[in-house]
Write a protein that binds this ligand. Structure first.
Ligand SMILES: Nc1ncnc2c1ncn2[C@@H]1O[C@H](COP(=O)(O)OP(=O)(O)OP(=O)(O)O)[C@@H](O)[C@H]1O
Ligand SMILES: [Mg+2]
Length: 249
């Protein structure tokens, strides 16, 4: 089982979008996939056509068979859930104390034999990032091709290192550029700088900025299902192949 954390130093880069679409791409490759929304924004459900009131989520029910929802796209899904401020505070206190709660809970789902568990996280350092990295066998840092994303790499890399350096089952961290503009000199310069600074850590493809991605979200669907032939969908399929070929023995 591969546990992949989607993380970023900066917000709004596309973690939630890419985690949902990667889950769908892996299902299309006949993988059994569990997607867990580890972000209090509770936004992952919008990508999967899910009724927010239908489901309790991980805060109230934990990562357990009863909290797994079968989404219309054959992705098994645990939403964060809609919670009160008091519930959120209590949950975060619990996560601070029980630092490998997510890891242990995922492993207790053994009977489900998931091939992939994908974890969506909030941006920057948080108790959720810490839990996700403690559970992960791999991390994907989502970046924009801009100076602000570039500037966050050192910090996010050291957080990854802190949480994973003593675990032999952690296979490494890769970086993925999302929302890559087709015609931007600066964007291409940043992309080149990333490839030359971090040659072994860049996923060898970027996901392009594509209006179909936001349109798909407006219809509460993954772009892979909304417009399978668009540029962003083809990019995501490429990354899914890269992931499967690179991570599976
Ligand atoms: N490749 C893309 N092309 C165009 N728009 C995109 C692309 N990827 C993401 N977006 C849009 O960017 C916005 C932010 O995406 P998303 O919510 O996935 O980011 P995030 O990293 O999860 O944000 P947060 O840090 O708040 O959790 C959304 O409106 C989404 O539709
Ligand atoms: Mg998000």
């Amino acid at each position: 089982m591969q546990i992949i954390a989607f993380i970023s130093g900066k917000g709004g880069v596309g973690k939630t979008t890419l985690a949902a679409n990667m889950a769908v791409a892996l299902v299309q490759r006949k993988k059994k996939v569990l997607l867990i929304d580890l972000d209090p924004q509770n936004a992952q459900k919008h990508h999967l056509s899910m009724d927010p009131d239908e489901i309790a989520g991980l805060v109230r029910e934990g990562i357990a068979p009863t909290s797994i929802f079968e989404s219309p796209f054959e992705v098994s899904f645990i939403p964060f859930g809609r919670v009160t401020d008091a519930e959120l505070q209590a949950f975060e206190t619990h996560l601070r104390q029980d630092t490998d709660w997510v890891a242990a809970s995922i492993h207790s789902l053994d009977a489900f034999v998931f091939d992939y568990v994908l974890l969506d996280t909030p941006p920057g350092p948080s108790v959720y990032l810490h839990q996700a990295l403690t559970a992960a066998t791999h991390a994907i840092v989502v970046l924009l091709a801009d100076a602000a994303s570039f500037a966050t790499i050192g910090h996010i890399s050291s957080l990854v290192h802190q949480c994973t350096h003593d675990r032999p089952n952690f296979s490494g961290m890769h970086m993925l550029i999302n929302q890559m503009p087709l015609h931007s000199k600066l964007g291409h310069q940043v992309q080149s700088a990333l490839y030359s600074h971090y040659p072994g850590q860049m996923i060898p493809a970027s996901v392009h900025r594509d209006p179909r991605v936001s349109q798909a979200l407006a219809f509460e669907r993954p772009v892979l299902q909304y417009e399978p032939g668009c540029k962003a969908s083809l990019d995501i399929q490429y990354v899914a192949d890269w992931l499967v070929n690179g991570l599976e023995p």
